[in-house]
Design a binder for this molecule. Structure first.
Ligand SMILES: Nc1nc2c(ncn2[C@@H]2O[C@H](COP(=O)(O)OP(=O)(O)OP(=O)(O)O)[C@@H](O)[C@H]2O)c(=O)[nH]1
Ligand SMILES: [Mg+2]
Length: 453
């Protein structure tokens, strides 16, 4: 389809009250539109590129819409690589709305979600993985997710894809050499070399596909407190939040519903949930609470199993400990009291990490926070995991292809059988950065963007 109006405009800042609101215009007519709607305080014959000007935005007939700043960024040194104009109005939506309307009346059309960034991609300024990083940065929950997005924005994913693809191309060359010149290349040695190199790449691909870390970065982690009534779950919740959030009493069965609050651990946002103490009960309300507690723990990333150090284990504690999996951390609470229960008693039922704490005195809380941080914050060494779901899926598909290639070579099939799967892996990898991406893929990526980005 031939685009008849290629100059787009949108308000790039969020709606609501704020200091400034920015109207962005991109395309061939951006400069004309800016000159028609903005009058600099110091008249300038030509609008100098990349120079912020102070002046007035005007409507039809020259009526002042707002006092504002404006900048023209001529192609190709702009976000979209096209001529871009930005008008910085007073915040609050009304001024920016009037300026946007004026830009539309002067011939721009309303931008679609993500259309500015899509143009940056289509004009070759950024690859698809970087465009996705822009969106992720905007939606980042917590500093760790933002850092991961910035790494991608700086080309972390593109660099990784390039490196891995180059290595796979090298393996293809080796295979070609051994099939084209069978007398010169020793087949068995070549096969061993191919397997070794493919396995190296495979290991790296798999390491980057850490689904759990990716989800935690995107959506935050969930930490759930579990245990029988009165062991101090709500007290621990309050100690971790450093505020009196949950009701604490000496009456077992105090907490009924799931109570959730946000905390930040090592730059990762986590939801901390206090739950009803687990016990069988005839009280219908408490029973619903106990059911909710069980469900919350099922889907949690970390389960804090709270025990009372001043009491012996009972049957429900033992059941909880026996079911503890790798997500569990045992908090031996009330360690300020005369001990009845010790770590060895717990060890008989589980290998999970045990920390002695006191929600009341604060003892051990720092160590617990450190343990939680270690568990939820991603390992950022080596560039970290891929965080965009689409990238993880493609990297997985590539890894699956490589696994088939390794199996083929191990099964003594001709090396060019493996070459087919290596080419498939290369195709999946190139989709991450958007080379040869179909229009449908590109549209899907930009569909979730916000207008004005
Ligand atoms: N000495 C001491 N008492 C504690 C500690 N933590 C909690 N308690 C007391 O234990 C009692 C129960 O505390 P909660 O935090 O309400 O216990 P819970 O596990 O939330 O109880 P339910 O909501 O009934 O399941 C309260 O009287 C607390 O003051 C602690 O570390 N040391
Ligand atoms: Mg409670």
């Amino acid at each position: 389809m031939i685009e008849t109006n290629n100059t787009i405009a949108a308000i790039a800042t969020p709606t609501g009250m704020g200091g400034i609101a920015i109207v962005r215009v991109s395309g061939d007519r951006a400069e004309d539109i800016l000159k028609a709607l903005f009058i600099p305080a110091k008249p300038r014959e030509c609008f100098e590129s990349h120079r912020l000007m102070y002046g007035r935005a005007v409507g039809e007939g020259g009526a002042t819409l707002d006092e504002c700043m404006a900048v023209l960024m001529r192609a190709p040194s702009s976000y979209t690589r096209e001529d871009v104009a930005e008008i910085h109005c007073h915040g609050g939506g009304v001024s920016a709305g009037a300026v946007l309307e004026r830009a539309l009346a002067l011939g721009a059309r309303m931008a679609l979600p993500g259309e500015f960034t899509k143009r940056a991609f289509l004009n070759g300024r950024i690859d698809l993985s970087r465009a996705e990083a822009v969106m992720q940065l905007i939606g980042a929950q917590g500093a760790a997710a933002a850092r991961a997005s910035v790494r991608q924005l700086e080309g972390g994913v593109s660099g990784f894809v390039r490196d891995v693809s180059q290595r796979l191309t090298g393996v293809l060359a080796l295979i070609e050499a051994s099939t084209d010149f069978p007398d010169e290349v020793e087949e068995e040695a070549a096969a061993a070399d191919v397997v070794e190199r493919l396995e190296d790449v495979l290991g790296e691909l798999r390491a980057r596909c850490d689904e759990r870390s990716a989800r935690v970065l995107r959506e935050g982690a969930s930490i759930v407190l579990a245990g029988r009534p009165n062991v101090g779950k709500s007290s621990l919740m309050n100690a971790l939040l450093d505020q009196e959030r949950a009701i604490v009493t000496e009456i077992p069965g105090t907490t009924r519903d799931v109570l959730t609050e946000r905390i930040t651990l090592g730059g990762v946002v986590a939801e901390l949930s206090d739950t009803a103490g687990r016990r069988s009960t005839d009280d219908p309300i408490e029973r619903i609470g106990v059911d909710r507690a069980l469900r919350a723990a099922e889907s949690a990333d970390v389960v804090l199993i709270v025990l009372d150090a001043a009491e012996a284990l009972d049957a429900s504690d033992v059941e909880l400990l026996q079911k503890a999996d790798e997500r569990a951390v045992i908090c031996l609470n009330k360690s300020d009291l005369a001990p009845v229960l010790c770590a060895q008693d717990i060890r008989k039922h589980t290998d999970a990490k045990i920390l002695e704490i006191s929600a009341q005195t604060g003892q051990g809380i720092e160590a617990l926070i450190a343990e939680l941080t270690r568990r939820v914050a991603p390992d950022e060494e080596g560039g970290g995991t891929l965080t965009v779901r689409r990238h993880i899926e493609l990297a997985r598909t590539a890894a699956d292809s490589l696994e088939r290639a390794v199996d083929a070579v191990r099964g003594a099939l001709p090396l060019d059988t493996a070459a087919i799967d290596i080419r498939l892996a290369l195709a999946s990898l190139s989709e991450i950065t958007g080379e040869n991406a179909t229009e449908a893929v590109i549209d899907r990526v930009f569909r979730d963007f916000c207008v004005g980005k």
